[in-house]
Design a protein. Sequence first.
Lengths: 216, 144
Amino acid sequence: MKLMKRLMAGTVAGVLLATLYVSATRAADAPAPAPAAGVNTFNRLMKPKSERNPPPMQDGIHDPSNEGTGLLQPPKEAFKELPEISSGNYVDWVQALGKQLIKPRYDRKNPNEEPVVLDLDIVREVKGTMPDVVYPHDRHTMWLDCSNCHPDIFIPEKGKNQISMAMILMGQKCGVCHGKVAFPVAECRKCHSKKKDGSGGGKPAAQAEPAKKPAK
Amino acid sequence: MGKSHIHKPKRNFILWLMALLILASGVEIVPQARAEYGDVVINNQSDKAGMRPPIFPHWFHRIRFRCKVCHADLGFKFQAGGNQINMLKIIDGEFCGACHNGEIAWSVENCDVCHSGKPGTPTQVHGSTVQKLIGKPAPAAGQK
């Protein structure tokens, strides 16, 4: 009887130790936890460059035991030639498109259809000391259709839209794309680009009423 | 006398085992997802149906199509899980099926190329600011 109990306890202990071992090896696959030692450690909370754009097999949401996962292209392979920024996909998509390093179709079937680009900048004067925001329609209409933003997300009239960084961070207004697929708010200067005194920075801004002016 | 002599070490042993178990499970919950920015996991039905949830690689499609193609022409709303996509619609040429039809892109027989997520992964836009801030899916697009 005693022996039986001991055997059972031993089995339970064995199973638990195995669980512990598996967890420990999985933990080793996980992003290394902040090194505990050393007051001079740099960037304790920042993802090192080597961990950016991980391949699907190691990215934590794809199932490595799924056959199809192995067929997927690792993002790094595609991004190799593309200009870099320091957040999001770490790819400057607007530049990549401008330099024709990527040639995304504007029409599902027709590879030669050109986008209808609207060249109109909207300036938003912002509170505090941050530079004013210049919203460039051209860089957005290269990718999007007017109906993607107007009128559901933005009322197409100057002064009619209340926007705050809090709303953007919570995924509203600009945050519907910026912070999800388009560059996140860490790229402050990309939007806050016009000096308050009006001297330089950003593009010369038209404050006129939005008028559709397709340009190629 | 004899009884307590046997029971005390055993109780201690069980306590140790429990501590080990808690430690082991604690290691398990360390977050380790660090997939590509913008990857969309859609798990409206997959878990319930016993399929791996599909993962949509935004970056991959962005290289090949402008946002407008899917988000204006095909009617994809700007919200993860906000489109009532199902396999019937896809084989009838809606949503993913507008391209994944064997003409523009490979067809639906490659189930596990899309259905490649770890089971139980919730619907999300991976790496989004909202996810980082509150760990919940973003509120519906178009909210004022």
